[in-house]
Write a protein that binds this ligand. Structure first.
Ligand SMILES: [Zn+2]
Length: 215
């Protein structure tokens, strides 16, 4: 969930939620930014935060105290080979996790680096369970489908340049169209045609199909 830039004597870190834009020329730049880096060739990079996000800078001799950053460094990303089924099975065997609902397990506290509420909706819809399902209610084959969906959905999002509701450095949206999101609320589920529901749950909205994702 971070972009880390290594400078000569320090680190500059941008967290999820920070909008980064590259400005190829010295044209107008929105005043609503928290950081502006001007390069000697006249180009610049701006960072702005709308709802949440963090820009952190620290000297190489110091340690970054950001807990999310330290957690992200200590666990394998779903995009790496280290995040395999054996790792996933060991990890979910924890008694604490077993009692939690899937949204809490998968998309809170950066338990899986880079996986947040935004990616969660399609991961669960593809694999089947409802975000409110407790982890310990899932059968073995459902756990297998969940693992595959985490790997495959994340891979697809990455290969398509991110989700369409997010923009890249040049302001271009990603090509991954979310199936379950604010834009598809009340629209038909791509699999069964039922109306997609929205509900507030654990500090954010969840989008589900009432037929495909039964509790
Ligand atoms: Zn459905």
């Amino acid at each position: 969930m971070f972009v880390e830039i290594i400078l000569s004597d320090s680190f500059l870190l941008f967290s999820d939620g920070v909008n980064l834009r590259f400005h190829p020329s010295s044209g107008p730049i929105s005043a609503k930014h928290q950081l502006l880096v001007n390069f000697s060739d006249g180009t610049s990079l701006s960072a702005s935060v709308a709802m949440y996000g963090g820009v952190v800078c620290w000297e190489k001799s110091a340690t970054c105290g950001n807990n999310y950053y330290q957690t992200a460094l200590s666990k394998p990303s779903p995009r790496t080979d280290a995040f395999d089924e054996a790792y996933f099975q060991r990890w979910i065997a924890s008694e604490t996790l077993q009692k939690l609902p899937l949204k809490a397990v998968l998309a809170t506290r950066q338990r899986i680096p880079g996986l947040g509420n935004g990616c969660l909706q399609d991961i669960l819809w593809v694999s089947g369970p409802h975000p409110r399902c407790k982890l310990n209610t899932l059968a073995e084959d459902e756990i297998g489908r969940l693992f595959s969906s985490i790997k495959d959905t994340r891979k697809e999002m990455t290969e398509l340049g991110g989700r369409s509701i997010e923009k890249d450095l040049l302001g271009q949206p990603g090509s991954y169209q979310m199936r379950m999101c604010a834009d598809t609320k009340d629209k038909p589920c791509p699999r069964c045609g039922s109306e997609i529901c929205k509900e507030a749950y654990l500090g954010g909205s969840v989008y589900t199909c009432p037929v495909c994702q039964k509790l």
